[in-house]
Design a protein around this ligand. Structure first.
Ligand code: ADP
Length: 329
């Protein structure tokens, strides 16, 4: 990556410098031509002028002076072009670096994304491979053992599926098809999706989202709300409650998901929307499953809707995620 960036910078510098030097040399040649033509024409004489001996001397002197002036001008233009070459070279290099920096950063982030994704994909694949190898080596494996192994493989496969679905939704650049959506519908759909998880932890969800009209892509909006609700459930202790609500603020709708969970440390907050970022969970009793992609997807969906997502959190008290959307009309 570094070598690619360096060679591209050098090439772009050369192109910039070539253009600068072409312009500078063209102007120098034109300037030199105009000046020498003017000098070669000699002094302008008024009407009724006749040449005397003194005038011939004057003419010689003029020619001598002209040659000197031409030489001085030539030296000056050469010096000027050398200076342009040196300064232009430096400026071109800086400009080339500036031009290529965002491209290099985008490539770097893409490379990181691919390597993180491959790393995450490897873990479930290794589990499946090891499990299958162990069962295949054991000739006397009972039916129960085989079923157990298949069930475990299926669990890993469903994790892989969820991961690839999330990777796909992050990498897709297709614009969302927008329509008029009544906000309570995606809220109810998202809630129904996570209900079994909430019930398993005896968590109640209080939904007060009103039927506000927004311009949105209903499926994506449902996905984003489901991610926020899923997290609220995952990172909350049993028998707590979650509030899902919405209010308007000027021309925007603010949808909020408030939990009474573990909360997020202030130093983690700027990073939790980054792809693959997971805050340290050593303080929680059990490890919570996830790939660190949910919030990155939710933020992307919010931005595709012309909105954004933010969080306020207090450790040990809970977190409130706010998803903002422009109102219809
Ligand atoms: P995942 O949940 O798969 O780790 P996310 O992108 O959804 O990935 O979340 C990133 C991190 O943000 C999580 O690992 C967790 O540390 C933190 N987080 C997200 N939602 C909450 C929440 N409601 N309460 C506490 N921490 C949260």
């Amino acid at each position: 990556m570094h070598r690619l960036f360096t060679s591209a910078t050098v090439r772009l510098t050369a192109w910039y410098l070539l253009i600068i030097m072409l312009i500078s040399l063209t102007f120098s040649v034109i300037l030199f031509e105009i000046s020498t033509t003017a000098l070669e024409q000699g002094p302008q004489h008024g009407p009724g002028w006749a040449m005397h001996v003194d005038d011939e001397l004057l003419e010689d002197l003029w020619r001598q002076r002209s040659r000197d002036a031409e030489q001085t001008l030539f030296g000056l233009l050469v010096a000027l072009n050398l200076a342009t070459l040196a300064l232009g070279g430096g400026a071109s290099y800086l400009l080339a670096r500036r031009t290529l920096r965002p491209i290099a950063e985008a490539m770097e982030s893409q490379g990181r994304f691919i390597s993180d994704a491959s790393h995450e994909l490897r873990t479930p694949l290794s589990v499946i491979q090891t499990e299958n190898e162990v069962v295949l080596r054991d000739d006397r494996a009972s039916k129960t053992q085989l079923r157990h192994s298949l069930a475990s493989n299926l669990q890993e496969v469903s994790r892989l599926r969820q991961l690839t679905d999330r990777l796909l939704s992050l990498s897709s650049n297709r614009p969302l098809a927008m329509e008029t959506v009544t906000l309570d519908q995606p809220a109810v759909d998202a809630l129904n999706r996570v209900l079994p998880l909430a019930q398993a932890k005896h968590i109640t969800i209080d939904n007060t989202v009103p039927p506000l009209a927004v311009i949105a892509n209903q499926d994506s909006l449902t996905d984003a709300l489901a991610i926020l609700l899923d997290n609220a459930i995952k990172y909350s202790p049993e028998r707590t409650s979650i509030r899902l609500g919405a209010s308007t603020q000027g021309r925007r709708v603010l949808i909020s998901v408030a939990d009474q969970g573990a909360g997020i440390r202030q130093r983690d907050i700027p990073h939790i929307f980054d792809r693959f970022y997971r805050a340290d969970q050593s303080r929680s009793k059990q490890q919570v499953e996830g790939y660190g992609l949910g919030l990155a997807i939710a933020r992307r969906i919010a931005q595709q809707h012309g909105g954004d997502i933010s969080v306020e959190s207090t450790l040990g008290t809970g977190s409130t995620f706010t998803f903002s959307l422009p109102l219809k009309g």
